[in-house]
Design a protein around this ligand. Structure first.
Ligand SMILES: NC(=O)c1ccc[n+]([C@@H]2O[C@H](COP(=O)([O-])OP(=O)(O)OC[C@H]3O[C@@H](n4cnc5c(N)ncnc54)[C@H](O)[C@@H]3O)[C@@H](O)[C@H]2O)c1
Length: 282
């Protein structure tokens, strides 16, 4: 890992999982941190832990669904530290379901957080990063689910295809204006994080917790796929090691699980050949 002494790193979704590990790694490497999350308890504990190590850090508790709060976070980052060197647009949530049965409210939630939250981060941070006219990076967290489809989590897959393509367009537009800002997109497969607990901080106004679909065997079985797989995933420290190494190399598509690379190539070949997607029966 390079030396980040005095560099400014802003992270959304910083209280847990990948965002937390990024904060710990960049804090240890000397960066000044701007950390955002909806999870006030875990974010506060992380801020305190970092301060105890002597890291310069502030926390901002808000929901990435709200642009005004994201803008205030970006303004505070620049006002506090004078610049932004790395912005990790990382907060995200997952839901499961069968498309024709899953409540529409789940689609709104997934797209508001995973797509519009990313747009909010771009809109708040990128103009400030362009204006400072220094080499800096925006790193959006999509998923391998932005490159490969799985049947368990339709809204998640659709939202991650959206955020991945959004980051591709962002990179093209930054190139188009000759900016020194570069974009990157992180595409992990399963990582041991808190993602399976993301309902904890879902705004109750965004859904009906008593919707009958949540009592179905289909929902329970699909939920079990997520809760059963996350603990078996890549350790978060290993995923973040790859993310930082590849970002420093300038890699655009940051893939943390090379075992899936043949499937990505296979998907592209299947598209060109017109082959129907095939259900893998587990
Ligand atoms: N863990 C995996 O297997 C995996 C795989 C691929 C992609 N990802 C992506 O990685 C990113 C980080 O997730 P993670 O796995 O570290 O999970 P995580 O739940 O441990 O961390 C996500 C963080 O985002 C925060 N968050 C959720 N909704 C928010 C909102 N509306 N506003 C502000 N903060 C919010 C959560 O409180 C949490 O701290 C997500 O975008 C996720 O989709 C994770």
């Amino acid at each position: 890992m390079q030396d980040y002494q005095g560099k400014v790193v802003a992270i959304t979704g910083a209280a847990n999982g990948i965002g937390k590990e990024l904060a710990l790694r960049f804090g240890a490497a000397g960066a000044r941190l701007a950390l955002a999350d909806i999870d006030a308890d875990h974010l506060g504990a992380l801020r305190k832990e970092l301060e105890d190590y002597g890291v310069e850090v502030f926390e901002s508790v808000f929901d990435v669904r709200h642009f005004a709060d994201m803008e205030a976070f970006a303004v505070r980052t620049v006002a506090t530290y004078g610049a932004v060197d790395l912005f990790f647009n990382n907060a995200g949530v997952i839901s499961v379901g069968t498309i024709w049965d899953q409540p529409l409210a789940d689609w709104d939630w997934l797209f508001d957080v995973n797509v519009k939250g990313v747009v909010h981060g771009i809109k708040a941070f990128v103009p400030k990063m362009i204006a400072q006219d220094t080499p800096c990076r925006i790193i959006d967290t999509a998923s391998i689910a932005g490159l490969l489809t799985v049947e368990n989590s339709p809204a998640y897959v659709a939202s991650k295809f959206a955020s991945l393509s959004l980051t591709e367009v962002l990179e093209l537009q930054l190139q188009g204006i000759g900016s020194k800002v570069t974009a990157h997109v992180v595409c992990p497969a399963v990582v041991q994080t808190d993602l399976d607990n993301c309902l904890r901080h879902r705004d109750p106004s965004t859904y009906d917790a008593n919707d009958p679909y949540y009592a179905t065997d289909d929902f329970r079985a699909k939920t079990a796929v997520v809760t059963g797989s996350i603990p078996l995933g890549l350790p978060v420290a290993d995923a973040v090691e790859t993310i930082i190494t590849e970002m420093e190399k300038g890699t655009f598509y940051i893939l943390t699980h090379p075992a899936y690379n043949p499937a990505i190539t296979g998907r592209t070949a299947a598209i060109v050949a017109g082959v129907r997607p095939k259900l893998v029966v587990r």
